[in-house]
Design a protein around this ligand. Structure first.
Ligand code: CP
Length: 335
């Protein structure tokens, strides 16, 4: 079964084929019937605008029928943990829910964000893996605690479309302030994506906000295979200098699990990391990216988002094209 749980499920050649296919879908914008007679179940444990709309439409564009469920809101609350006594809010376990849905549909998409309170559960992507284990059909990760592979593929296609050959170009993943601690699935995936594109990747972040060491090690290994590099910096001007792409994203600090109040104070102390057009002038006329949703005036100045070099809307559009490519791969459809 072609599950898409993380970037590792798509070896480089398959990932490249999906990326090329996403570019093709944007060019041709075709509605086909290649998946006619198939159904796609989409289960969102957490809110979504882009993923929900674009996955629903990706299925429709291919002739498949989407069914979208939001556990706890019009659908029973679902338990993902194994071995717990279910005397709380959840009325049904994913073992039954996904077992049943597998009998209705030909693939499932699942969104399960990080808890940011249970490090082991998040690091092992336990909730998402429980859904995969309970499913008898392929599962597509629509953002789990650790990874957001659909975002990653769409982002890669956006860069190839807008920047051209990305190899050797400088990609800055720029930490941003936020009033809430946010998960790291997007920054983890962004760094892997740029590494796979063979870019010179700099993770610019304040001290205490580095990505997990295992993710950086994986990205460095991947970058070395593709002629790129991955380093970290806490010096914003140096990091931004000469950049071709600046990808802003907020994520939580390393103390979020053990000392959340300390993490909140640390995060608040770095409000000056909000990106401005003044920051962008240090770059090589860089394209600005953000996965969205974004808080104007907090994460980034509105002027940056309104600038002609901001490509966050194209980036969001590519989610649709990339997910059509993913569904074709999942279902083994002829391209
Ligand atoms: N970027 C992204 O996944 O957007 P949504 O949370 O709106 O789906």
């Amino acid at each position: 079964m072609n599950h898409l749980t993380s970037w590792t499920d798509l070896p480089a050649a398959t990932w490249q084929a999906c990326l090329d296919r996403a570019l093709w879908h944007r060019q041709h914008r075709a509605w086909t019937q290649s998946a006619a007679g198939k159904a796609l179940g989409l289960v969102f444990f957490n809110p979504s605008l882009r993923t929900r709309a674009s996955m629903d439409l990706a299925a429709a564009h291919l002739g498949a029928h989407p069914v979208t469920l939001t556990p706890g809101s019009g659908t029973w609350g679902l338990e993902t943990r194994d071995g717990v006594t279910m005397d709380g809010d959840a009325a049904e376990h994913v073992k039954e829910a996904f077992g049943v849905l597998s009998r209705y549909v030909d693939a499932l998409g699942v969104r399960t964000f990080a808890t940011l309170s249970d490090y082991e559960a998040d690091h092992e992507d336990r909730a998402f893996r429980a859904a995969v284990a309970a499913s008898a059909v392929p599962v597509v990760n629509l953002e789990s605690a650790r990874w957001h592979p659909c975002q990653e593929l769409g982002d890669a296609a956006t860069i190839c479309d807008h920047v051209g050959d990305p190899r050797g170009k400088k990609f800055v993943l720029h930490w941003a302030p936020h009033p809430k601690p946010l998960p790291r699935a997007v920054p983890n995936s962004a760094v892997m994506m740029a590494a796979r594109l063979g870019m010179e990747v700099i993770v610019a972040r304040p001290d205490g906000f580095g990505l997990d060491a295992d993710v950086l090690a994986l990205a460095q290994k991947e970058a070395s295979k593709h002629g790129g590099s991955v380093t970290e910096s806490s010096h914003r001007p140096d990091a931004l200098s000469g950049a071709s792409v600046v990808y802003a994203k907020a994520w939580s600090g390393g103390t979020v699990y053990d000392a959340p109040e300390l993490e909140a104070r640390q995060r608040a102390s770095h409000a000056d990391w909000r990106l401005s057009n003044g920051d962008m002038t240090r770059t090589d006329r860089a394209a600005f990216m953000h996965c969205l949703p974004v808080r104007r005036g907090v994460v980034v100045d509105g002027d940056v988002l309104d600038h002609e070099r901001a490509i966050h809307l194209l980036q969001a559009e590519y989610r649709l094209h990339a997910q059509k490519a993913v569904l074709e791969w999942v279902w083994g459809l002829e391209g």
